[in-house]
Design a binder for this molecule. Sequence first.
Ligand code: GUN
Length: 281
Amino acid sequence: MDGRLVAGEVKQQVVQHVQQLEKHGTEPLLATVQVGDDSASASYLKAKHKAAVEVGIRSESHHLPADTSQDKLEALLGQLNTNPKVNGILVQLPLPPGLDEEKVIERIIPYKDVDGLHPINAGKLAAGREELVACTPKGVIKLLNYYKVPVAGSRTVIINRSNLVGRPLANLLLNRDATVTVCHSKTPNLSGMTRTADILVSAVGKEIFQIRGDHVKPHSAVVDVGLTRVDGKLRGDVDFDKVNRVAGYITPVPGGVGPMTVACLLENTVLAASIQIGLKF
Ligand code: GUN
């Protein structure tokens, strides 16, 4: 499953939505916040800003030092919340130690929360109402849809229970009538579980491969959300060459889920802007 290809299609749609918003007097603006100098965060943000430019979304970046106080960070979010020109706010995670991530996320006004992490947005999703939904899980669903992987009635196994990936993805899949199992570090007999999956999503991010050929069901769909740098090269959780011989569908790393996350952030930014002005696409 080619994430660059599908992300390109999502971005074309976003370009059209940007034009519609402009006709209604709104030039969508995404504000990003980075605290500290984590190199992975910096490279993700660079990709997000570059992609925003490509689709005609304006973006502004706020880069604060690692020793920024909770109050100062929350004060910036307060300003972005009330600035009518700002349609979307993204705080790149993880935050440096000492900052309360939950409090920071809750400080973002829900209708500008383009990461879909605010408890209001996560709660709506869990209740079956999808508005601003976390970007990576949304991207995974778009990939499965594009390649017509049957989701309804499928047995789906997710290895990750984070608020950013596992939980929202489980809810998206449940909303689409999959039978979902969420696995984590304390799950016994993980490979016994993964071998039952029609759709397997792995988001662990460790140097050793988590998913090898004998861990997957023949003809299944394997989605690799893991991301690690090994000897300077980006790699996922899945031993691609081996698993590719068994699975029916597989995402590469890079070029799989990563570009989808970025495309969905852009989509969420125009969606947030449309919610703010009461426009329906
Ligand atoms: N860190 C890793 N992925 C993400 C993401 O999708 N959003 C934010 N805000 N931080 C991240």
